[in-house]
Write a protein that binds this ligand. Structure first.
Ligand SMILES: *Cc1c(COP(=O)(O)O)cnc(C)c1O
Length: 390
């Protein structure tokens, strides 16, 4: 774009917020007896379970491993179909492939960008075993409808809530409403543990299976052992993985969780600044919010009305990058990724998601940004749109 960029330095689309107390929490672990899974992991699990109102939580090395664990606990295997959204990170579907199952993509609602329950229902077969809805951008999916479909067809619901820590559905916290719920603690998410993820559940059977799965399928629990050779004895009873979270990660996550309310409040404040600035701009559509839910706002996505612009999404995206605004696109629909295409998934199966993909841009949104940063993004969007306005 012509002349001087709006910003001299690059503003990323998301990043962590780390305070002195977070650093101290990690240092304390480094000086303690346990680096890997010790008491801090258990404390973090209890803290998350309490926060979301679930009975149990099992921490994993990352959110993708946690999703894999949930698919294992749900007994997804060869021949099983699992319905999920195409508008998500590949991990939401990859976890089904890890178990030998088949992901089935149900198109999104063009208003909320979340999985459309009517599409889910239309894709159910005798092989359908589970649904993995994703609370896209932090806005909860139509859970009542999803649960109704699941109940009628005897399906397990695993929520991918990587975007939705702290979000509510009809006043209830996400994390205690379905069979299992996954949260991620990657640095761009609401709180971070470096890498990290967790499954929350109210089901004791899933809880015990998840614990064993994340540690090679090994147990030492006396009541679960088939034999017992002595105090050293353990049994590997199925093929699990080493998916354990470390105490270093857990202590960081626990310290971060204490700041979650502040983090979400700041995200909401910046969202309302964006909404106010963009509501009169004809060329962009701001995110629709379902009145039944409260989003925890992982992402702020604008949708371009390309008929009113002389440039396409790539032009606008590159224009914003030149202004040093760290824009992004969430997501390339999963079924269009080369690996999925090679598995036989065709373009055209999810037209709403495919169309959205051509029109969306994610703007920077994270609590550690300032109001000045938000205003820079707004100025850059105005500058670039003025250039491409028909
Ligand atoms: C981040 C994310 C994941 C995976 O989490 P990791 O902790 O990075 O493995 C899964 N699903 C969605 C929608 C995500 O955004």
């Amino acid at each position: 774009m012509i002349n001087k960029p709006i910003r001299d330095n690059y503003l990323p689309y998301g990043r962590q917020w780390i305070d002195e107390d977070d650093i101290q929490a990690v240092v304390n672990i480094l000086k303690s007896d346990y680096l890997t899974t010790g008491p801090a992991v258990g404390e973090f699990e209890i803290a998350i379970a309490n926060y979301v109102g679930a009975k149990y939580a099992v921490a994993f090395s990352n959110g993708t491993a946690a999703l894999h664990g949930a698919c294992f606990a749900a007994d997804i295997g060869k021949g099983d179909e699992v319905i999920t959204t195409p508008l998500t990170f590949a991990a939401s579907a990859n976890c089904v492939l890890y178990q030998g199952g088949k992901p089935v993509f149900a198109d999104v609602d063009p208003e909320t960008y979340n999985i459309d329950p009517l599409k889910v229902e239309s894709l159910i077969t005798n092989n359908t075993k589970a649904i993995i809805p994703v609370h896209f951008t932090g806005q909860p999916v139509a859970l009542d409808e999803i649960h109704q479909i699941a109940k009628k067809n005897n399906l397990i619901v695993i929520e991918d809530a990587a975007h939705a820590l702290g979000a509510t559905y009809k006043g209830h916290m996400i994390g205690s409403l379905s069979d299992m719920t996954m949260f991620s603690f990657h640095p761009v998410k609401h709180i971070t543990s470096g890498e990290g993820g967790i499954i929350t559940t109210n089901n004791e059977e899933y809880y015990l299976k998840l614990l064993q799965f994340r540690s090679h399928g090994i147990t030492r629990a006396p009541d679960k052992l088939i034999e017992n050779h002595g105090p050293w004895y353990y049994e590997m009873q199925f093929l699990g993985f080493n998916y354990r979270m470390t105490d270093i990660q857990a202590a960081l996550g626990d310290s971060q969780l204490k700041k979650i309310d502040k983090f979400i409040d700041l995200r909401k404040k910046y969202v309302s600044m964006y909404d106010d600035a963009f509501k009169e701009i004809d060329e962009i559509q701001t995110p629709y919010q379902d009145p039944n839910v409260s989003s925890s706002w992982h992402l702020y996505i604008i949708r371009l009305d390309l008929e009113k612009l002389s440039g396409n999404r790539k032009d606008i995206f590159e224009g914003l990058l030149q202004e040093n605004i760290g824009v992004n696109v969430h997501y390339i629909p999963v079924h269009l990724l080369p690996y999925y295409a090679q598995l036989g998934y065709q373009r055209g199966i999810c037209p709403n998601a495919e169309k959205l993909y051509e029109e969306i841009i994610t703007l920077p949104l994270f609590p550690a940004m300032t109001e000045d940063d938000v205003n820079d993004v707004i100025s850059a969007v105005n500058k670039v749109l003025n250039f491409y306005r028909k």
